[in-house]
Design a protein around this ligand. Structure first.
Ligand SMILES: *Cc1c(COP(=O)(O)O)cnc(C)c1O
Length: 222
């Protein structure tokens, strides 16, 4: 099946209010344009270089999501245009994003990446680290970043009970943080979880942003 058919299939299951981020990494611009021409606007990349070069080549109204691990020294390349940064996992990175946002006269939407997997290879903040970050004086001074919610990646496993548990943990942490730091703040409303292999579970467990690549664009060969 083609990109547009795949998108349609998935969109049938995506509840209203949930954003489908089409993860286009390693795929040609033409495939993005197919989806774009069918009305899709949210696309995700995990490398700054790819995000920046695609932004130059492709329509200006695409909403570009940075979904991968972001290094502080590269923030400046995406600060002028990025729609949302999903993987913020340190106060240092957040401070740099804020600084670059100021330079560009922007408020940049960010998600805090939470460590939920049982693997040791995934990035993210533990619950304690999250609280430390949000309680810190430095964080309180950052005026040009807007924390929209949390992002997480479940363990890469066939065990759907485990994935479900990890998604539930993320939702719980989201609610705890919302209560403690963002109550009465309408912007803190996003939970980014669910990829090609687990997006149905993610929808059931309350994801508001699905990041789906291979199911839309086909398997990647690196
Ligand atoms: C690649 C990637 C995805 C999408 O993965 P698929 O399994 O192809 O859907 C989602 N999130 C992140 C952070 C990724 O790097």
């Amino acid at each position: 099946m083609g990109v547009v058919e795949n998108l349609k299939e998935i969109n049938r299951l995506v509840p209203p209010g949930v954003t489908l981020v089409a993860v286009s990494k390693t795929k040609p611009d033409e495939m993005i344009l197919e989806a774009y021409d069918a009305g899709h606007r949210d696309f995700g990349e995990n490398k700054v270089q790819d995000l920046a070069s695609r932004r130059e080549r492709l329509p200006a109204d695409i909403r570009w999501h940075m979904i991968g691990h972001l290094q502080s020294n590269k923030v400046k390349y995406l600060a002028p245009f990025v729609h949302m940064i999903h993987g913020v996992d340190s106060l240092k990175l957040l401070s740099v994003i804020n600084k670059e946002a100021v330079k560009n006269h922007r408020i940049i939407d960010c998600l805090l990446q939470v460590y939920i997997a049982r693997e040791t290879t995934k990035f993210g903040l533990t619950r304690d680290e999250l609280f430390q970050l949000l309680e810190s004086e430095t964080f309180g001074q950052l005026q040009n970043v807007r924390i929209r919610g949390v992002m997480g990646m479940a363990t890469y496993t066939e065990n759907s009970d485990q994935i479900r548990d990890e998604f539930r943990l993320l939702k719980l942490i989201f609610e705890e943080i919302k209560g403690a730091f963002f109550s009465g703040n309408d912007y803190f409303d996003q939970r980014s979880f669910g990829m090609s292999g687990d997006y149905r579970l993610a929808i059931e467990e309350g994801s508001t942003m699905l990041r789906i690549g291979s199911l839309i664009f086909g398997a990647r060969n690196y």
